[in-house]
Design a protein around this ligand. Structure first.
Ligand code: AMP
Length: 274
């Protein structure tokens, strides 16, 4: 595995690749969720490129940019074990060269609901960095987790709206054995908070069971889910279609149940695609 630190080096290497490229963009502190994306990329492409870049433009002023977990050495080891060909780890000042850049605007409606409501402008930063990375890596396939459902939808929309010749691969959510969705932010949780956090996946499981038994009414499902999460600080519980419009009835194959709950300063996000 080769570690690439500069844009010039990446562009030089990219010029010499003519076979398929699977690309996995990440912010590091890699866990089994990231690894599952890398494995899919490895299985379906000749070359695998992973990037680790904690992108400042997607963090709001008060968010955890400085505190965001960084594990460069462990991450390099993981990528090596996963047979990644190239690990791209750029410096901030090579990705952003000034304050007055050409900017990307995420769609007004879809990026200012749910995650975008609490984190206005977050998705502008996500799309900005993903577009930069796409333009550098020029991947055949790019892998994203369904855990960040709204992010995945907005990236897919960007690819469609801007005619990018890249295939977006949607990857299933990876969980701990007890159900907690893996996240780099789980390290912020105390033992008690971690126990409490299990109620998020339990409530999703409950909803899944109810839907399996024929309960499609959103009001009823939400009530049952909130009972499971009664002690949690739930920021939102939304049941939407694949275009992120709130629905009154679940439609199998076209519904996502999204939860964000807060544990102190930590926001945990999880969802179920029905
Ligand atoms: P991040 O490093 O948090 O920016 O995540 C990089 C990629 O990994 C994104 O596409 C995430 O959706 C994906 N990802 C993060 N956690 C999980 C998980 N538990 N299961 C599947 N994919 C995940």
């Amino acid at each position: 595995m080769k570690i690439i630190k500069t844009i010039e080096e990446l562009q030089q290497i990219r010029k010499e690749i003519s076979s398929s490229i699977g690309f996995v963009p990440t912010m590091g502190a890699l866990h089994d969720g990231h690894i599952s994306l890398i494995k899919q990329a490895r299985a379906n492409n000749d070359i695998v490129i992973v990037s680790i870049f904690v992108n400042p433009t997607q963090f709001l002023a008060h968010e955890d940019l400085d505190k965001y977990p960084r594990r460069d050495i462990a991450d390099q080891k993981i990528c090596q074990l996963c047979k990644v060909d190239y690990l791209f780890m750029p410096e901030i000042n090579s990705m952003y060269q000034g304050d007055d850049e050409v900017l990307i605007k995420a769609p007004k409606i879809a990026s200012y609901i749910l995650e975008g409501l609490t984190r206005p402008g977050h998705f502008d930063g996500v799309l900005q960095v993903v577009l930069k990375l796409f333009n550098l890596v020029l991947p055949t396939n790019a892998y994203f987790g369904k855990k960040d459902a709204q992010q995945l939808a907005l990236i897919s929309q960007m690819v469609k709206d801007l005619f990018l010749p890249i295939n977006i691969v949607e990857c299933e959510i990876v969980r701990e054995a007890d159900g907690l969705a893996l996240s780099s932010r789980n390290v912020y949780l105390s033992e008690d908070q971690r126990q409490e956090a299990l109620k998020i996946s339990r409530s999703l499981k409950k909803a899944g069971k109810k839907i399996g038994a024929g309960e499609f009414k959103v009001k009823k499902l939400k009530k049952k889910m909130l009972e499971v999460m009664d002690t949690l600080d739930v920021e939102y519980l939304a049941i939407v279609d694949r275009n992120f419009n709130e629905v009154e009835e679940v439609q199998i194959g076209n519904t996502i149940i999204l939860i964000v709950a807060r544990f102190g300063n930590t926001r945990l996000l999880d969802n179920l695609w029905v």
